[in-house]
Design a protein around this ligand. Structure first.
Ligand code: NAG
Ligand code: NAG
Length: 232
């Protein structure tokens, strides 16, 4: 079985949407790249730096093997996925505060999250995602849609997107598109890069950053159901 068919079989098992399956196809800029499959032994021994609401997390900079590792968005996702994790998704203010606090207390310059703009194949005919800059963002790890980017999310006391950036306008601003035609399709938390405190920014996915991984229930359930007796 080729890696692609393995991915597609896994995608089918996991019940991924057609948009998500399309995401597994090679990324446009670097052909031949795929989402990694979870590795049962790595899942069983995954790093558990802290736990929140039943999910384990780790910051790459706190592990000896990744201390100085900076990766682009897909490579960072794949490191997480081999551990049955994915890049962190902040669906609630409480979880976002946890991530902001980790960044602040450890003086981390920036991290990757699983946040992604739905601008790849499969997203074209989704009227509900237009305009993309307001309605097109979701968490790749679980495909949960984000609140409109110009609003305080329901249940939150603040808008996590920065009010400024390279173009001195609120985020997301797709600023790099104006610089060299590269879309800013991935969500990074930046630590005061624009004198704006710790806040969300859209960033081109090729940038290399440290990252936070969070347990993926989907991948853990998949590995549990295909490896009898495994302790995860
Ligand atoms: C865009 O510019 C950055 C540096 O400013 C460069 O690293 C990157 O490769 C460029 N991307 C493209 C697609 O030209
Ligand atoms: C950038 O995004 C626009 C709008 O989604 C899209 O039409 C265009 O093809 C993208 N450009 C690249 C280089 O991916």
């Amino acid at each position: 079985m080729s890696l692609l068919s393995a991915c597609l079989v896994l995608a089918a098992i996991l019940g991924l949407t057609s948009a998500a399956i399309n995401e597994i196809r090679p990324a446009a800029q670097k052909p031949g790249r795929f989402l990694s499959l979870p590795q049962p032994q790595k899942c069983a021994n995954r790093p558990k730096e802290f736990n929140y609401r039943g999910h384990n997390y780790f910051f790459s900079g706190h592990l000896p093997q990744f201390r100085n590792t900076r990766l682009d968005w897909l490579d960072a996702r794949n490191i997480c996925r081999e551990f049955c994790m994915d890049l962190v998704s902040m669906e609630t203010q409480e979880e976002n505060n946890l991530v902001f606090r980790l960044i602040q207390q450890n003086d981390v310059p920036y991290i990757w999250t699983s946040g992604r703009l739905c601008d790849f194949k499969g997203c074209e005919n989704r009227r509900d995602l237009e305009p993309k800059s307001l309605y097109g963002w979701f968490w790749s790890a679980n495909r949960v849609k984000m609140a409109p980017t110009n609003q305080v999310p329901a249940g939150w006391g603040y808008n996590p997107w920065s009010q400024t950036g390279h173009k001195k306008v609120r985020q997301p601003d797709n600023a790099e598109f104006d610089i060299n035609g590269t879309n800013e399709s991935c969500l990074s938390v930046l630590n005061n890069v624009y004198n704006d405190g710790i806040a969300w920014h859209d960033v081109a996915c090729y940038h290399e950053k440290p990252f936070i991984c969070e347990d993926s229930e989907e991948l853990l359930n998949y590995v549990a159901s295909t490896n009898r007796g495994i302790r995860l």
